[in-house]
Design a protein around this ligand. Structure first.
Ligand SMILES: Cc1ncc(COP(=O)(O)O)c(C=O)c1O
Length: 426
Protein backbone atom coordinates (compact mmCIF):
# COMPACT_ATOMS: atom_id res chain seq x y z
CA UNK A 1 0.00 0.00 0.00
CA UNK A 2 1.25 3.51 -0.82
CA UNK A 3 2.13 5.54 2.24
CA UNK A 4 0.16 8.49 0.88
CA UNK A 5 -3.00 6.34 0.92
CA UNK A 6 -2.67 5.31 4.58
CA UNK A 7 -4.90 6.67 7.31
CA UNK A 8 -3.24 8.48 10.20
CA UNK A 9 -3.55 5.39 12.42
CA UNK A 10 -2.04 3.17 9.72
CA UNK A 11 0.80 5.64 9.25
CA UNK A 12 1.45 5.71 13.03
CA UNK A 13 1.66 1.92 13.09
CA UNK A 14 3.93 1.94 10.02
CA UNK A 15 6.19 4.50 11.62
CA UNK A 16 6.43 2.57 14.88
CA UNK A 17 7.40 -0.56 13.01
CA UNK A 18 10.08 1.31 11.04
CA UNK A 19 11.34 2.91 14.26
CA UNK A 20 11.63 -0.47 16.00
CA UNK A 21 13.59 -1.91 13.07
CA UNK A 22 15.79 1.19 12.96
CA UNK A 23 16.52 0.91 16.70
CA UNK A 24 17.58 -2.70 16.22
CA UNK A 25 20.03 -1.59 13.53
CA UNK A 26 21.36 1.17 15.72
CA UNK A 27 22.06 -1.29 18.53
CA UNK A 28 24.27 -3.35 16.20
CA UNK A 29 26.93 -0.64 16.02
CA UNK A 30 27.48 -0.89 12.25
CA UNK A 31 30.29 0.95 10.51
CA UNK A 32 29.65 0.94 6.76
CA UNK A 33 30.24 3.40 3.95
CA UNK A 34 28.19 4.08 0.82
CA UNK A 35 29.49 7.63 0.42
CA UNK A 36 32.30 7.92 -2.07
CA UNK A 37 32.51 6.07 -5.35
CA UNK A 38 35.69 4.20 -4.54
CA UNK A 39 36.68 0.90 -6.16
CA UNK A 40 36.61 -2.05 -3.76
CA UNK A 41 39.79 -3.85 -2.67
CA UNK A 42 38.81 -6.73 -4.99
CA UNK A 43 38.70 -4.32 -7.92
CA UNK A 44 42.11 -2.90 -7.03
CA UNK A 45 43.49 -6.44 -6.96
CA UNK A 46 42.47 -6.89 -10.61
CA UNK A 47 45.25 -4.51 -11.54
CA UNK A 48 48.03 -5.91 -9.33
CA UNK A 49 49.96 -7.03 -12.42
CA UNK A 50 50.37 -3.39 -13.46
CA UNK A 51 52.99 -2.89 -10.77
CA UNK A 52 55.39 -5.45 -12.18
CA UNK A 53 55.25 -4.46 -15.85
CA UNK A 54 58.17 -2.07 -15.43
CA UNK A 55 60.99 -3.60 -13.39
CA UNK A 56 64.32 -3.49 -15.21
CA UNK A 57 66.05 -0.45 -16.66
CA UNK A 58 65.28 -1.81 -20.13
CA UNK A 59 61.57 -1.82 -19.25
CA UNK A 60 61.79 1.95 -18.80
CA UNK A 61 62.64 2.67 -22.41
CA UNK A 62 59.72 3.82 -24.58
CA UNK A 63 59.22 2.68 -28.17
CA UNK A 64 60.97 5.77 -29.55
CA UNK A 65 63.97 5.28 -27.24
CA UNK A 66 62.88 7.79 -24.57
CA UNK A 67 64.16 6.83 -21.14
CA UNK A 68 61.03 7.28 -19.05
CA UNK A 69 63.05 7.71 -15.89
CA UNK A 70 64.10 11.12 -17.13
CA UNK A 71 62.45 14.50 -17.77
CA UNK A 72 60.45 15.36 -20.87
CA UNK A 73 57.53 14.46 -23.14
CA UNK A 74 55.20 17.00 -21.60
CA UNK A 75 51.94 15.77 -23.16
CA UNK A 76 52.43 12.02 -22.90
CA UNK A 77 54.26 9.15 -24.59
CA UNK A 78 53.19 8.30 -28.15
CA UNK A 79 52.31 4.72 -27.15
CA UNK A 80 50.19 5.93 -24.23
CA UNK A 81 48.33 8.28 -26.57
CA UNK A 82 47.87 5.38 -29.00
CA UNK A 83 46.41 3.29 -26.17
CA UNK A 84 43.85 5.87 -25.08
CA UNK A 85 43.03 7.71 -28.34
CA UNK A 86 40.48 5.05 -29.39
CA UNK A 87 38.82 5.24 -25.95
CA UNK A 88 37.97 8.90 -26.59
CA UNK A 89 37.70 8.55 -30.36
CA UNK A 90 40.37 11.16 -31.12
CA UNK A 91 43.70 11.44 -32.94
CA UNK A 92 46.87 11.38 -30.89
CA UNK A 93 47.54 15.07 -31.63
CA UNK A 94 44.24 15.95 -29.93
CA UNK A 95 45.19 14.15 -26.73
CA UNK A 96 47.19 15.23 -23.70
CA UNK A 97 48.16 12.64 -21.14
CA UNK A 98 48.66 14.20 -17.74
CA UNK A 99 49.30 13.01 -14.22
CA UNK A 100 47.00 10.78 -12.20
CA UNK A 101 43.89 12.92 -11.75
CA UNK A 102 41.42 14.18 -14.35
CA UNK A 103 39.76 16.40 -11.74
CA UNK A 104 43.11 18.06 -11.34
CA UNK A 105 43.27 18.61 -15.12
CA UNK A 106 39.77 20.13 -15.11
CA UNK A 107 40.69 22.48 -12.27
CA UNK A 108 43.94 23.33 -13.98
CA UNK A 109 42.26 24.00 -17.34
CA UNK A 110 39.71 26.31 -15.72
CA UNK A 111 42.51 28.18 -13.98
CA UNK A 112 44.38 28.50 -17.29
CA UNK A 113 41.26 29.97 -18.91
CA UNK A 114 40.88 32.33 -15.95
CA UNK A 115 44.45 33.58 -16.14
CA UNK A 116 45.20 33.49 -19.84
CA UNK A 117 41.88 33.07 -21.69
CA UNK A 118 40.64 30.07 -23.63
CA UNK A 119 43.02 30.47 -26.56
CA UNK A 120 45.54 33.15 -25.63
CA UNK A 121 43.73 35.66 -27.88
CA UNK A 122 40.43 36.31 -26.14
CA UNK A 123 40.28 38.14 -22.84
CA UNK A 124 41.18 36.04 -19.78
CA UNK A 125 38.06 35.14 -17.84
CA UNK A 126 39.39 36.91 -14.75
CA UNK A 127 39.17 40.22 -16.65
CA UNK A 128 35.57 39.78 -17.74
CA UNK A 129 33.75 40.60 -14.52
CA UNK A 130 31.33 38.31 -12.73
CA UNK A 131 31.05 34.97 -14.55
CA UNK A 132 28.48 32.19 -14.49
CA UNK A 133 28.58 28.42 -15.03
CA UNK A 134 25.81 26.01 -15.96
CA UNK A 135 25.47 23.03 -13.63
CA UNK A 136 23.20 20.15 -14.63
CA UNK A 137 22.07 18.65 -11.32
CA UNK A 138 22.03 16.38 -9.51
CA UNK A 139 25.67 16.28 -10.56
CA UNK A 140 29.21 15.61 -9.35
CA UNK A 141 29.84 17.42 -6.09
CA UNK A 142 33.52 18.04 -6.78
CA UNK A 143 32.77 19.80 -10.07
CA UNK A 144 30.56 22.22 -8.20
CA UNK A 145 33.21 22.78 -5.53
CA UNK A 146 35.71 23.77 -8.23
CA UNK A 147 33.48 26.34 -9.95
CA UNK A 148 32.35 27.67 -6.57
CA UNK A 149 35.97 28.10 -5.45
CA UNK A 150 36.85 29.92 -8.66
CA UNK A 151 34.03 32.39 -8.05
CA UNK A 152 31.52 31.42 -10.75
CA UNK A 153 27.86 31.96 -10.03
CA UNK A 154 26.46 28.51 -10.59
CA UNK A 155 23.09 28.00 -12.27
CA UNK A 156 21.09 24.82 -11.65
CA UNK A 157 19.96 22.97 -14.78
CA UNK A 158 17.44 20.16 -14.25
CA UNK A 159 18.30 16.69 -15.54
CA UNK A 160 15.86 14.80 -17.76
CA UNK A 161 15.98 11.08 -18.51
CA UNK A 162 18.20 11.70 -21.56
CA UNK A 163 20.49 14.40 -20.19
CA UNK A 164 20.24 18.02 -19.09
CA UNK A 165 17.34 20.32 -20.01
CA UNK A 166 18.67 21.55 -23.35
CA UNK A 167 15.91 24.13 -23.86
CA UNK A 168 17.12 25.89 -20.74
CA UNK A 169 20.81 25.53 -21.61
CA UNK A 170 20.30 26.87 -25.14
CA UNK A 171 18.27 29.79 -23.87
CA UNK A 172 20.68 30.79 -21.10
CA UNK A 173 23.91 30.24 -23.04
CA UNK A 174 22.41 31.96 -26.06
CA UNK A 175 21.51 35.12 -24.17
CA UNK A 176 24.14 35.72 -21.53
CA UNK A 177 27.76 36.43 -22.38
CA UNK A 178 28.85 35.97 -18.78
CA UNK A 179 27.93 32.26 -18.97
CA UNK A 180 31.24 30.67 -19.84
CA UNK A 181 30.59 26.97 -19.68
CA UNK A 182 28.84 23.88 -18.46
CA UNK A 183 29.77 20.75 -16.51
CA UNK A 184 28.76 17.48 -18.12
CA UNK A 185 29.23 13.86 -17.10
CA UNK A 186 27.75 12.54 -20.32
CA UNK A 187 27.99 8.80 -19.80
CA UNK A 188 26.71 6.99 -16.72
CA UNK A 189 26.58 10.34 -14.96
CA UNK A 190 27.58 10.94 -11.39
CA UNK A 191 25.16 10.43 -9.65
CA UNK A 192 22.29 9.82 -12.10
CA UNK A 193 23.83 7.04 -14.20
CA UNK A 194 22.18 8.69 -17.20
CA UNK A 195 23.86 8.68 -20.63
CA UNK A 196 23.11 11.70 -22.80
CA UNK A 197 21.02 10.94 -25.90
CA UNK A 198 22.33 11.65 -29.41
CA UNK A 199 19.94 14.59 -29.60
CA UNK A 200 21.35 16.16 -26.45
CA UNK A 201 24.94 15.75 -27.69
CA UNK A 202 24.04 17.25 -31.08
CA UNK A 203 22.29 20.21 -29.46
CA UNK A 204 25.35 20.88 -27.30
CA UNK A 205 27.51 20.86 -30.42
CA UNK A 206 25.21 23.06 -32.50
CA UNK A 207 23.76 25.56 -30.03
CA UNK A 208 24.48 29.26 -30.33
CA UNK A 209 26.36 30.74 -27.40
CA UNK A 210 26.51 34.42 -26.64
CA UNK A 211 30.04 34.02 -25.29
CA UNK A 212 32.54 33.20 -28.02
CA UNK A 213 34.74 31.68 -25.32
CA UNK A 214 32.06 29.29 -23.99
CA UNK A 215 33.44 25.84 -23.13
CA UNK A 216 31.80 22.50 -22.42
CA UNK A 217 33.70 20.53 -19.77
CA UNK A 218 32.87 17.00 -20.91
CA UNK A 219 33.97 14.73 -18.08
CA UNK A 220 33.79 11.28 -19.64
CA UNK A 221 34.94 9.59 -16.43
CA UNK A 222 32.79 6.48 -16.98
CA UNK A 223 33.19 5.96 -20.73
CA UNK A 224 34.10 2.25 -20.47
CA UNK A 225 32.47 1.47 -17.14
CA UNK A 226 29.54 -0.72 -18.19
CA UNK A 227 27.47 -2.79 -15.77
CA UNK A 228 25.61 -4.77 -18.43
CA UNK A 229 26.63 -6.44 -21.66
CA UNK A 230 23.87 -4.43 -23.32
CA UNK A 231 25.45 -1.09 -22.69
CA UNK A 232 24.80 2.57 -23.47
CA UNK A 233 26.46 4.34 -26.39
CA UNK A 234 27.47 7.99 -26.35
CA UNK A 235 27.79 10.13 -29.44
CA UNK A 236 31.28 11.59 -29.98
CA UNK A 237 30.98 15.22 -28.92
CA UNK A 238 34.35 16.29 -30.34
CA UNK A 239 33.35 15.03 -33.80
CA UNK A 240 29.89 16.62 -33.48
CA UNK A 241 31.36 20.00 -32.52
CA UNK A 242 33.70 19.82 -35.48
CA UNK A 243 30.79 18.97 -37.81
CA UNK A 244 28.75 21.85 -36.43
CA UNK A 245 31.55 24.36 -37.05
CA UNK A 246 32.33 24.74 -33.34
CA UNK A 247 35.48 22.62 -33.12
CA UNK A 248 36.94 24.39 -30.10
CA UNK A 249 33.82 24.33 -27.96
CA UNK A 250 34.45 21.17 -25.97
CA UNK A 251 37.22 19.87 -23.73
CA UNK A 252 36.91 16.22 -22.80
CA UNK A 253 38.46 14.54 -19.75
CA UNK A 254 38.94 10.97 -18.58
CA UNK A 255 41.21 8.89 -16.39
CA UNK A 256 41.95 5.34 -15.38
CA UNK A 257 41.10 6.04 -11.74
CA UNK A 258 38.37 3.42 -11.94
CA UNK A 259 40.12 1.24 -14.51
CA UNK A 260 43.43 0.73 -12.72
CA UNK A 261 44.09 2.68 -9.51
CA UNK A 262 42.13 5.60 -8.10
CA UNK A 263 44.73 8.31 -7.59
CA UNK A 264 47.56 6.33 -9.19
CA UNK A 265 46.23 5.89 -12.71
CA UNK A 266 46.62 8.01 -15.81
CA UNK A 267 44.55 11.11 -16.56
CA UNK A 268 43.94 12.69 -19.95
CA UNK A 269 42.20 15.44 -21.82
CA UNK A 270 41.20 15.74 -25.48
CA UNK A 271 39.95 18.55 -27.66
CA UNK A 272 40.47 20.16 -31.07
CA UNK A 273 44.09 20.23 -32.17
CA UNK A 274 44.09 24.02 -31.73
CA UNK A 275 42.88 23.73 -28.15
CA UNK A 276 45.32 20.91 -27.39
CA UNK A 277 48.22 22.92 -28.88
CA UNK A 278 47.29 25.91 -26.73
CA UNK A 279 47.16 23.80 -23.56
CA UNK A 280 50.49 22.19 -24.52
CA UNK A 281 52.07 25.63 -24.89
CA UNK A 282 51.06 26.49 -21.34
CA UNK A 283 51.99 23.07 -19.99
CA UNK A 284 55.57 23.43 -21.16
CA UNK A 285 55.91 26.36 -18.76
CA UNK A 286 54.14 24.57 -15.95
CA UNK A 287 55.98 21.25 -15.89
CA UNK A 288 58.94 19.38 -17.38
CA UNK A 289 56.81 16.32 -17.84
CA UNK A 290 54.43 13.83 -16.21
CA UNK A 291 55.12 10.38 -14.74
CA UNK A 292 55.99 8.48 -17.91
CA UNK A 293 56.87 5.29 -16.06
CA UNK A 294 53.26 4.98 -14.98
CA UNK A 295 52.18 5.67 -18.53
CA UNK A 296 54.42 2.84 -19.72
CA UNK A 297 53.04 0.51 -17.05
CA UNK A 298 49.56 1.11 -18.43
CA UNK A 299 50.69 0.45 -22.02
CA UNK A 300 52.43 -2.79 -21.08
CA UNK A 301 49.56 -3.96 -18.87
CA UNK A 302 46.76 -3.40 -21.40
CA UNK A 303 48.53 -3.70 -24.75
CA UNK A 304 45.62 -2.09 -26.59
CA UNK A 305 42.19 -0.56 -26.14
CA UNK A 306 40.80 -4.09 -26.53
CA UNK A 307 42.80 -4.99 -23.41
CA UNK A 308 41.11 -2.16 -21.51
CA UNK A 309 37.68 -3.37 -22.57
CA UNK A 310 38.49 -6.92 -21.46
CA UNK A 311 39.73 -5.62 -18.13
CA UNK A 312 36.51 -3.64 -17.61
CA UNK A 313 34.51 -6.85 -17.85
CA UNK A 314 36.26 -8.01 -14.68
CA UNK A 315 35.21 -4.80 -12.95
CA UNK A 316 31.69 -5.33 -14.26
CA UNK A 317 31.58 -8.81 -12.70
CA UNK A 318 32.40 -7.34 -9.29
CA UNK A 319 30.23 -4.23 -9.54
CA UNK A 320 27.03 -5.61 -11.08
CA UNK A 321 26.06 -7.75 -8.04
CA UNK A 322 26.60 -4.74 -5.77
CA UNK A 323 24.27 -2.59 -7.82
CA UNK A 324 21.77 -5.44 -7.92
CA UNK A 325 21.85 -5.70 -4.13
CA UNK A 326 20.90 -2.05 -3.67
CA UNK A 327 18.39 -1.99 -6.53
CA UNK A 328 16.76 -5.14 -5.23
CA UNK A 329 16.34 -3.62 -1.76
CA UNK A 330 14.81 -0.48 -3.25
CA UNK A 331 12.52 -2.44 -5.53
CA UNK A 332 11.18 -4.73 -2.81
CA UNK A 333 11.15 -2.31 0.14
CA UNK A 334 10.44 1.12 -1.30
CA UNK A 335 8.68 0.74 -4.66
CA UNK A 336 5.37 -0.59 -3.23
CA UNK A 337 5.22 2.31 -0.77
CA UNK A 338 5.59 5.10 -3.34
CA UNK A 339 8.10 7.01 -1.22
CA UNK A 340 10.99 7.35 -3.62
CA UNK A 341 12.30 6.98 -7.13
CA UNK A 342 15.74 6.04 -8.35
CA UNK A 343 17.86 5.44 -11.43
CA UNK A 344 18.84 1.98 -12.71
CA UNK A 345 22.08 2.70 -14.52
CA UNK A 346 23.75 0.53 -17.14
CA UNK A 347 27.15 1.66 -15.91
CA UNK A 348 29.16 3.97 -13.73
CA UNK A 349 29.44 4.08 -9.97
CA UNK A 350 26.21 5.51 -8.61
CA UNK A 351 22.50 5.20 -8.06
CA UNK A 352 20.64 8.47 -7.64
CA UNK A 353 17.78 8.23 -5.15
CA UNK A 354 15.02 10.82 -4.80
CA UNK A 355 13.01 10.65 -1.59
CA UNK A 356 9.79 12.51 -0.86
CA UNK A 357 10.52 16.23 -0.81
CA UNK A 358 12.15 17.40 2.41
CA UNK A 359 13.39 13.97 3.54
CA UNK A 360 16.95 13.59 2.20
CA UNK A 361 18.76 15.30 5.08
CA UNK A 362 16.79 13.30 7.63
CA UNK A 363 17.51 9.99 5.84
CA UNK A 364 21.24 10.70 5.68
CA UNK A 365 21.23 11.71 9.36
CA UNK A 366 19.35 8.56 10.40
CA UNK A 367 21.80 6.39 8.45
CA UNK A 368 24.78 8.16 9.95
CA UNK A 369 23.50 7.73 13.50
CA UNK A 370 23.14 4.01 12.85
CA UNK A 371 26.63 3.67 11.35
CA UNK A 372 26.14 3.96 7.57
CA UNK A 373 27.83 6.93 5.95
CA UNK A 374 26.21 8.35 2.80
CA UNK A 375 27.23 11.33 0.67
CA UNK A 376 25.87 14.43 2.44
CA UNK A 377 22.36 15.40 1.38
CA UNK A 378 22.57 18.39 -0.94
CA UNK A 379 26.12 17.58 -2.11
CA UNK A 380 24.85 16.74 -5.60
CA UNK A 381 23.75 20.36 -6.11
CA UNK A 382 25.69 23.64 -6.45
CA UNK A 383 26.36 25.27 -3.07
CA UNK A 384 25.23 21.95 -1.50
CA UNK A 385 21.66 23.23 -1.73
CA UNK A 386 19.14 20.72 -2.99
CA UNK A 387 16.07 22.91 -3.49
CA UNK A 388 13.74 19.98 -2.74
CA UNK A 389 15.96 18.23 -0.18
CA UNK A 390 15.32 14.89 -1.81
CA UNK A 391 18.41 13.65 -3.68
CA UNK A 392 20.81 11.11 -2.21
CA UNK A 393 23.75 9.62 -4.04
CA UNK A 394 24.25 5.93 -3.32
CA UNK A 395 27.68 4.49 -4.05
CA UNK A 396 27.52 0.70 -4.00
CA UNK A 397 31.06 -0.05 -5.24
CA UNK A 398 33.16 -0.20 -2.09
CA UNK A 399 31.54 -2.48 0.53
CA UNK A 400 31.45 -6.26 0.05
CA UNK A 401 28.01 -7.56 -0.99
CA UNK A 402 27.17 -8.90 2.50
CA UNK A 403 27.85 -5.50 4.07
CA UNK A 404 26.00 -3.78 1.30
CA UNK A 405 22.92 -5.89 1.99
CA UNK A 406 22.93 -4.62 5.56
CA UNK A 407 23.60 -1.04 4.52
CA UNK A 408 20.78 -1.17 1.94
CA UNK A 409 18.41 -2.60 4.54
CA UNK A 410 19.24 0.19 6.94
CA UNK A 411 18.88 2.73 4.14
CA UNK A 412 15.41 1.52 3.19
CA UNK A 413 14.42 1.48 6.88
CA UNK A 414 15.59 5.09 7.22
CA UNK A 415 13.63 6.06 4.09
CA UNK A 416 10.48 4.49 5.57
CA UNK A 417 10.94 6.20 8.92
CA UNK A 418 11.72 9.64 7.49
CA UNK A 419 8.82 9.42 5.02
CA UNK A 420 6.33 8.41 7.74
CA UNK A 421 7.58 11.23 9.99
CA UNK A 422 7.08 13.70 7.16
CA UNK A 423 3.59 12.53 6.24
CA UNK A 424 2.48 12.53 9.87
CA UNK A 425 3.68 16.12 10.21
CA UNK A 426 1.73 17.37 7.21
C1 LIG B 1 32.46 12.30 -12.81
C2 LIG B 1 33.79 12.17 -12.16
N1 LIG B 1 34.84 12.84 -12.65
C3 LIG B 1 36.06 12.77 -12.09
C4 LIG B 1 36.27 11.99 -10.98
C5 LIG B 1 37.63 11.95 -10.39
O1 LIG B 1 38.53 11.58 -11.36
P1 LIG B 1 40.08 11.52 -11.13
O2 LIG B 1 40.34 10.44 -10.14
O3 LIG B 1 40.64 11.22 -12.48
O4 LIG B 1 40.52 12.85 -10.62
C6 LIG B 1 35.22 11.26 -10.42
C7 LIG B 1 35.41 10.47 -9.22
O5 LIG B 1 34.51 10.02 -8.58
C8 LIG B 1 33.96 11.36 -11.03
O6 LIG B 1 32.89 10.70 -10.55
Amino acid sequence: MKLSEMSKAELEAFKNEAQAKYDEFKARGLSLNMARGKPSAQQLDLTQGLLTTVVTSQDCIAADGTDCRNYGVVDGLPETKALFAPMLGVDAEQLIIGGASSLNMMYDTLVKYMLFGVDGKQKPWKDQGKLKWLCPCPGYDRHFLVTEKLGFEMINIPMNADGPDMDMIEKLAGEDESIKGVWCVPMYGNPTGITFSDEVVERFAKMKTKASDFRIFWDNAYCVHHLNDEHDELLDIIAECEKAGNPDRVVEFASTSKITYAGAGVAMMASSKANADYIRSLLTVQTIGPDKINQLRHVKFFGSFEGIKEHMKKHQALLAPRFETVLNALETQIAPLGIGSWTKPNGGYFISFDSLDGCAKRIVELCKEAGVVLTGAGATFPYKKDPRDRNIRIAPSYPPVEELKLAAELFTTAVKLASAEKLLNE
